[in-house]
Ligand binder design. Sequence first.
Ligand code: PMP
Ligand code: GLU
Length: 402
Amino acid sequence: MTLTATSLLSDRLLNMSESATLKMARMGRELRAQGHDIISLSLGEPDFDTPAHIKDAAKKALDEGYTKYTPVSGLLELRQAIQHKFKRDNDLDFGLDQIVVSNGAKQSIMNLCQAILNEGDEVIVLAPFWVSYSEIIKMAGGTPVILAAGIESDFKVSAQAIADAITSRTKAVLFSSPCNPTGSVYTYDDLAAIAEVIGKHDDILVFSDEIYEHINFTGKHVSIGSFDAVKDRTVTINGFSKGFAMTGWRLGYIGAPKWLAAACAKVQGQVTSGATAFGQKAAAYALEADMTPTHDMRAAFLKRRDMVRDLLGAIPGFKVNQPQGAFYIFPDISAFFGKRHGDTIIHGADEFCEYLLLDAHVAVVTGEAFGAPNCFRISYAASEEQLREAIRRIEAAVGKLV
Ligand code: PMP
Ligand code: GLU
């Protein structure tokens, strides 16, 4: 008998999609290696380097011998810094045994899903959602229940829609605010209404992904875990990738009910043993250090948000909202569906993005992967010059569609 992928790969794997964000980043790199002038606006990654003082803290930690395993949940020093940060910035009270540091917020979410989901358990996911949510839930045996909101409601799902979607199998509600991919921010009132709905159910958790906390243009970030109704059942997910430009360091964390933090540590203890020691030491330093570089990055993203919004909004057929955070914009381009250029017919967002890659040499990500088939995502974590050129090319390419 010959070994084949389908005979050996698990159903779980075969049922899972490749990360669309990472796939487009890979395709962009491959075309560039073939000599094409590709502008990649696909990956959600700050184009800034990690601030020098954080890098220095890691170098110092290496020299001091932080080269060994740490406690699975994270160095005490880092958990203390996170505890302080949660109190200072988010009005959240967590004990040290309620905090777990992981290899990126991505792993934090995986730990959570592995910890709570049995086959067929449901997680309500507010869409548009970050691509990995649905696949992580499925990998853990759960069923993602996608609740979608379109551009007309600023891509925000109502508390009533959540109330209507809750079943006896619902275990958690998962969403990000500021949101990847839309940049939308759930306001204090939006969160209060959601907290009220979920607070009525003692057996439903809130998984609140706040990794874009520091890239929030509304002035004040609000954590849903600070509402009394859901205080005891909210897991606040955060990390260093976005706010501190530390994507490659792979550092994320949660504050969770004690029993759930212990369960996540149990999962992690069998999978990665925890995050890098010297990285954790630098992360502890980062949380207490000068935040000026983070504020400067936010100011740069805000300036680009305005520019990108205005330029895209002026293209006939593009509908854009006003993103209030993160570094993404998520135009609705359904006006182009059914149009063509030569042999290329734009049936939906997948073909639209493929067309932009091949015709305009601009890599973006299809809305299909985010649960929003009318849209596509642009990451504006790129220089103003690149953004202007990319949008010029996009406008020229869509101008050819008839
Ligand atoms: N949540 C959201 C909403 C994201 O956009 C990302 C992207 N990196 C993550 C979690 C995971 O971040 P990381 O694993 O780099 O901490
Ligand atoms: N979160 C980023 C994105 O949405 C990084 C890539 C990924 O992990 O998905 O592009």
